[in-house]
Design a protein around this ligand. Structure first.
Ligand SMILES: Cc1cc2nc3c(=O)[nH]c(=O)nc-3n(C[C@H](O)[C@H](O)[C@H](O)COP(=O)(O)OP(=O)(O)OC[C@H]3O[C@@H](n4cnc5c(N)ncnc54)[C@H](O)[C@@H]3O)c2cc1C
Length: 393
């Protein structure tokens, strides 16, 4: 027991020291100014390249594919230390979402082609699941993929596709059949974004940011060898991937987000206010509870088990706690939450601004944070899943 504790303490020190020496200030600032899930692609890839050189870019992957071989405790320590140091979040769509399903369902040729490029950041992925008429009811998706020799021909559209404007690859759910249950006619495809017939239109968020898009497919030809798993069995792949998407680690980021708001409250001399203190205390205990649940989920994944309904529980609690912290951030910022200072809050900007720096991002985080309980399957849907799988309702 002592040995394990000593090892983990030494590991934490190693990670902390390495981050202190290797996380460049401009990447720290990019994270500090980020108002949605992850930073701009350029910062994202810059940090990925640094982690790659160290061999730490894919803590969740098995060693044979370039992972670290860490146990769940080490992965958790690494995530916490990255959050503590203010490191940018890497895009999850490639490393955390499509990679595990390529490992599980991909052919040997697909694994050999995609995984090294994913690790190196050469392939930057987006997720083509949702459509204008298919979000929560994902099985209702209609993007047609008609068989034509060795290819599928795609027609239709995907929406809310995060980073489609900067991604060079998409994993995509398409309809290859209209017979039987809707789930049975779905196929999972991997494709490049620069093929003829794909066009991307931006959608701007209420905070003024461009994170997501609508993607149109006009007679887009995708080779059948790009299919992941069998034709008509894409629903199984899609569901596995969603469990990885929902089992994101929240606690480490929540601890830091709460600490940041607490520092702002201290600066604004609000910490003597009993109502504010109570909100901090409540949030603190929620974050600790999420941390404990996350340990359970990470342990299950570490033993090769799918996270199952626990990932739904974590998604609901993690995102709702995040939103409560963001609400408190706006209240702490007070009147300085009101001005729209879009330029000043961009990473690398030297535009002037009014109010404390912490207030610059408070409102945009609050607005963009509303999306967290919608994407990855809305929280109402997560509650339905738990009611069915856990409570048997
Ligand atoms: C910021 C952001 C980024 C996103 N990025 C991506 C991406 O990269 N790729 C991608 O494919 N998609 C992405 N999405 C889409 C996201 O997955 C969908 O928005 C989500 O699945 C909900 O679908 P919808 O928007 O069609 O809402 P709807 O399904 O129309 O739901 C509307 C409301 O009804 C509720 N509701 C629906 N059905 C039920 C039910 N059965 N029981 C109870 N309540 C129900 C929902 O909870 C919601 O409140 C993103 C969304 C956002 C906001």
């Amino acid at each position: 027991m002592d040995d394990i504790q000593i090892d983990l303490a030494a590991f934490r020190t190693e990670v902390r020291n390495w981050l202190a020496d290797n996380l460049p200030p401009e990447l720290r600032q990019a994270h500090k100014r980020a108002t949605s899930v992850f930073v701009e692609k350029a910062y994202n890839l810059a940090w990925q390249a640094i982690l790659l050189r160290k061999g730490w870019v894919a803590p969740n992957w098995p060693v044979e594919h370039g992972g670290t071989g860490w146990n769940e405790a080490q992965r958790y320590i690494f995530a916490s230390e990255c959050a503590r140091a203010g490191a940018p979040n890497l895009s999850p769509m490639g490393l955390k979402m499509v990679a595990p399903v390529i490992m599980k369902y991909g052919s040997e040729a697909q694994k050999a082609y995609y995984l090294p490029k994913l690790l190196a950041g050469e392939h930057y992925w987006c997720q083509g699941y949702s459509e204008p008429q298919a979000g929560s009811d994902l099985a209702g998706l209609q993007l047609r993929a008609d068989s034509d020799g060795d290819d599928y021909i795609l027609n239709g559209s995907k929406i809310w596709t995060t980073h489609a404007h900067v991604a060079n690859h998409m994993f995509c759910l398409v309809r290859t059949s209209r017979d039987g249950r809707p789930q049975e006619g779905i196929t999972f495809l991997l494709m490049e974004m620069d093929i003829t017939g794909i066009s991307v239109q931006p959608i701007y968020s209420i905070a003024g940011d461009h994170d997501f898009n609508q993607v149109f497919f006009d007679n887009v030809r995708v080779p059948k060898v790009n299919r992941l798993g069998e034709e008509g069995r894409g629903w199984t792949v899609a569901k596995t991937l969603l469990e990885y998407e929902r089992s994101a680690a929240y606690a480490a980021g929540l601890v830091e987000a709460l600490a940041e708001v607490r520092a702002a409250a201290k600066q604004a001399e609000l910490l003597d206010d009993p109502a504010i203190r109570r909100r901090f205390a409540e949030l603190d205990s929620q974050v600790r509870t999420i941390h404990a649940v996350e340990d359970m989920v990470l342990a299950a994944i570490g033993k090769g088990r799918d996270p199952g309904p626990a990932s739904s529980m974590l998604k609901v609690q993690g995102t709702e706690c995040q939103q409560r912290i963001q609400e408190l951030g706006v209240d702490v910022a007070g009147i300085y939450a009101a001005p729209y200072q879009f330029e000043a809050r961009q990473a690398g900007s030297n535009a002037g601004f009014v109010g404390p720096e912490s207030a610059l991002t408070a409102t945009a985080r609050y607005f963009n944070g509303r999306a967290a309980s919608i994407y990855g399957g809305s929280n109402e849907i997560q509650r339905n899943i738990m009611a069915k799988l856990v409570l048997g309702l």
